[in-house]
Design a protein around this ligand. Structure first.
Ligand SMILES: *Cc1c(COP(=O)(O)O)cnc(C)c1O
Length: 322
């Protein structure tokens, strides 16, 4: 689908996957005015096809668009367009346990123009790819390095938007952590480097005694749909869930006092990614003996169950693709 100021968003079409032809001066290459999304289509044992809360992804597109000065899309139309595309490509959805069809909507600015201003023209594209099981050999908690030098986002910046520059800026820290044997970094806030924000490109939760804590959304954190789903489920199960500031020191103190029971990341790709070890300035702590905890496991089982149609969809999170 294309955008220009005269016609607005127009000409939605489904065409075979193939290269784009863009001039080297195309604005997105130079100024990064773009956004993206990520969701999945799941096939149930009886062959039905489900999307998980796609309305939330399309709503978030408009939140990202607004921050990046991209004109808003029609959210309901975008859900219908996604359903039409997935339905057409249904034979590409794998059916083995844990597999899915990854859906990547994105918008790029397309004026052939050098000069910093919002583009007048855009393309909104949705591509698909079969996706293997994230945990083919079972869920293994990961080792995470607390990042002290680089920051992902600051309040007033673009941290809450799903925009490519955030990811480009995160690669360096990720690369350094990886060289040291850690799979991802735990990001601290960009001002004081004191408060926990996210883990890699996932939101993060901690079970501290009988409280489950996740950093509050204050502009530098991406409002994850998996995060929202976890908060919903946990509250429904009677847990005390708190969205607040969480200092890294508090976390390490809680561990010393034997109160840090579980830590996990949340996101569409992994759903739940338990954290088994944290390294902060060479202070290394092991969480739950490096094993997945009961709350993480229950969230994983429930959300993946809803997604593949084996658990009851109590909250109306499933959209069926006909
Ligand atoms: C996409 C993303 C998440 C997770 O969002 P979901 O909607 O749960 O997939 C978290 N943090 C960042 C930085 C992200 O880009």
């Amino acid at each position: 689908m294309d955008y220009n100021p005269e016609k607005g968003w127009h000409d939605p079409r489904i065409v075979p996957y193939g290269p784009l032809c863009l001039e080297p001066s195309t604005m997105v290459f130079h100024y990064g005015q773009a956004i993206f999304e990520g969701l999945k289509a799941y096939k149930s044992d009886d062959g039905r096809i489900f999307l998980f809360r796609p309305d939330m992804n399309m709503k978030r597109i408009n939140i990202s668009n607004d921050r990046m000065s991209i004109p808003p899309i029609d959210e309901e139309f975008a859900v219908e367009a996604t359903k039409a595309l997935v339905s057409l490509d249904r034979d590409w959805i794998p059916s083995e346990p844990g597999t899915s069809l990854y859906i990547r909507p994105f918008i790029i600015s397309t004026d052939p123009f050098l000069g910093v201003r919002p583009s007048y023209t855009y393309k909104f594209i949705i591509i698909l790819s079969p996706s293997g099981a994230y945990y083919p050999t079972g869920i293994n908690p990961v080792k995470i390095m607390v990042e002290n030098e680089y920051v992902r986002a600051v309040r007033g910046g673009t941290g809450f938007a799903k925009t490519p520059g955030n990811y480009a800026a995160s690669l360096k820290a990720q690369e350094i952590a990886y060289e040291k044997g850690y799979v991802q970094v735990l990001w601290l806030d960009g001002v004081e480097r004191k408060y926990v924000e996210e883990v890699g490109s996932m939101n993060v939760f901690f079970k501290i005694g009988d409280e489950i804590v996740t950093p509050m959304l204050d502009g530098s954190i991406l409002p994850g749909i998996t995060r929202d789903s976890c908060i919903h489920l946990l509250k429904n199960w009677g847990y005390k869930v708190t969205e607040r500031k969480l200092a890294i020191q508090e976390l390490f103190d809680a561990h010393s006092e034997g109160k840090l029971d579980e830590a996990f990341g949340t996101g569409t790709a992994a759903v739940i990614s338990p954290i088994g070890e944290l390294n902060w300035n060479d202070r290394i702590i092991t969480i739950n003996d490096g094993k997945i905890g009961p709350v993480s496991q229950r969230l994983y089982d429930t959300i993946t169950g809803i997604q593949n149609g084996t658990a009851e969809d109590e909250f109306g999170w499933i959209t069926v693709v006909e």
